[in-house]
Design a protein around this ligand. Sequence first.
Ligand code: ATP
Length: 304
Amino acid sequence: METTQAVLAAEGLRYRYGETVALDGVDLRVGPGECVALLGPNGAGKSTLVTLAVGLLSPQQGTVRILGGDPRRAATRRRLGVAQQTLGFPNTLTVGELVSGAAVRGGLRAVAAVAILAELGLTDLARRRVTKLSGGQKQRVQLAMALVTEPALLVLDEPTVGLDTRARRDFWQILARRRARGTAVLVTTHLIEESRAVADRVVVLDRGRILADAPPEELVSRLPDRTVTVRTGLGRDGLERLPGVLGVSGVSGEDSLVTIQTRSPEDLLRVLLDRDPGLSELRVRDVGLAEAVVALTGGEKAAA
Ligand SMILES: Nc1ncnc2c1ncn2[C@@H]1O[C@H](COP(=O)(O)OP(=O)(O)OP(=O)(O)O)[C@@H](O)[C@H]1O
């Protein structure tokens, strides 16, 4: 039973652009303090879902609610913080003007910007025009504008693209503090392993449908847990018949570098060494979230 009200609740969402079906019956809930990563290949419907969630599009079928309210209404939109790469800045404004403007639009006093500028390390840049910022600095300004109103839901579109390792770590730390205070986060990303580190749940979208909605570790555990990569003269037929083999990829001719999925690499290696004493370049590794998403969406695109 649901005990707390969902911050974001989408039910039966369908959306098409002419003949193109972008969302084909999507249900999604994000609770207070939860971080949900939205993954999927290009064209999966991620942006459409996010745009409906923030009230910039109206559902053709289904409903979307933010804390029970309609996101197309201004009062509901005030509970949202949005950072989308496609949103441009008015070039004539300074960092301070942009963030204090966001505070005022959210019903706060302009001075509310001071604390968030400090938290994001932007105080020294407050008088600088946005045109004179680096890509990473612009990302931080977007985040400051999204956070200044203490939103109930943060919607972030590829927020760490272009950030270096330290900036990325700082970014997730800032979000962790907000989440501890109850802010929910919906983040679209192609950085699959990053979602594994920061998200409570990963939602895999493909061709407008949700293929999986689960904690990242559960997604990974649905797959064979190891891959063995090896250079071998054994052909595909021989490899596929070996005990415990679940899949083989990369066979391109004699002495190919092949990747074999298995639940039991130890047993597989014993047999491989027996059949091909010339075997070389052996590597065994865990399946990552990237493979889990690729397997679910059935294509290489999702891992890009
Ligand atoms: N304005 C539009 N007009 C027509 N078709 C559109 C429009 N916006 C999106 N689409 C189509 O709807 C589908 C879903 O697109 P959407 O942008 O939601 O996917 P996405 O998962 O965000 O993709 P990406 O990872 O490439 O940003 C795609 O087939 C896309 O071509």
